[in-house]
Design a protein around this ligand. Structure first.
Ligand code: CUA
Length: 298
């Protein structure tokens, strides 16, 4: 699999250097081991001899590994530096990770569930998580960086060709960790500008649910997943657990708003409270759009 980012060659070079020298060492050491086992076997050498040190050998096996390790360090550092130094002209995209989806936010406010980027232009990523530790991993770019709650991390990349590249989560984050997938879609800059233009403006509630990651746990057709379905939810009476106490509530605008921003406040009976708080991740206007949509799901 050949790399698709400007620095993937550097990473591959370091990888092959370390793998190659490890294999050579392994073969060399194994060969010497076998040679000694045969040469000094008991039948031809019944009496063990005491062997005193050898200065030449001592120097050799100190200097050679030091050089080797320093060469590995040099390539590792050179590659690492490139990956950590974000070019000034990079387009900034916010990456939101949560159980169990990704979403992306562009400087002009456009949001998407897939990361569209212009080919051959640097993209800077601000990596965030709203619940647990996730890891943004794009094997084609040789890019892997953690998303941590309460702390922003950063990374960048520049694609070298058009195409679609899978985004994985590389940090075990719960039940649907393996399904926490998305993709980078790299298109020519002109096409990217069009895409950005087309996606400016109001978002449909369905798209909003997908971007905010709601669809990983909730459905609109009555199917029960990790969380309750939206279907028929509005106006229904529901038993919820508030702290230790179970009480009956009516699902109204206020309840929905609170359940989005602070999901652990009231947990619907029969469900485990695992939803991350959306406070700071969703605007009041977006919640209004969703509430209006929920009202239509009779
Ligand atoms: Cu997110 Cu694993």
């Amino acid at each position: 699999m050949s790399g698709a980012s400007s620095y993937s060659g550097l990473v591959d070079q370091t990888f092959w250097l370390i793998l190659g020298s490890s294999v050579i060492m392994l073969l060399g050491i194994t060969a010497v081991l076998i040679y000694f086992v045969v040469k000094y076997r008991r039948s031809t050498n019944p009496n063990p001899a005491q062997i005193e040190g050898s200065k030449r050998l001592e120097i050799l096996w100190t200097v050679l590994p030091t050089i080797l390790v320093m060469v590995m360090f040099y390539y590792g550092w050179a590659g690492f530096k490139v990956m950590r130094d974000i070019p000034d002209d990079a387009m900034e995209v916010i990456v939101n990770a949560r159980m169990w989806s990704w979403s992306f936010e562009y400087p002009n406010g456009v949001q998407s569930a897939e990361l569209y980027v212009p080919t051959g232009e640097p993209v800077s990523l601000k990596l965030r998580s709203s619940d647990v530790i996730h890891s943004f991993f794009v094997p084609d770019f040789r890019l892997k960086e953690d998303c941590m709650p309460g702390r922003e991390n950063h990374a960048w990349f520049e694609t070298t060709r058009d195409g679609e590249f899978t985004i994985f989560c590389a940090e075990y984050c719960g039940e649907k960790h393996s399904q926490m997938l998305s993709k980078v879609v790299s298109v020519p800059p002109v096409e990217f500008a069009d895409w950005l233009e087309d996606n400016t403006g109001p978002i449909s509630p369905e798209k909003l649910l997908s971007i905010k990651g709601c669809v990983a746990c909730h459905t609109a057709d009555g199917t029960r997943l990790i969380g309750p379905s939206y279907k028929g939810m509005y106006g229904r009476k529901e038993l919820v657990k508030t702290g230790e106490e179970v009480r009956e509530i009516v699902v109204d605008e206020e309840y929905i708003r609170r359940s989005i921003l602070d999901p652990m406040a009231d947990i619907v009976e029969g469900y485990a409270g695992v939803m991350p708080p959306m406070e700071g991740q969703i605007t009041d206007e977006e919640i209004d759009v969703l509430i209006e949509y929920f009202k239509t799901l009779k």
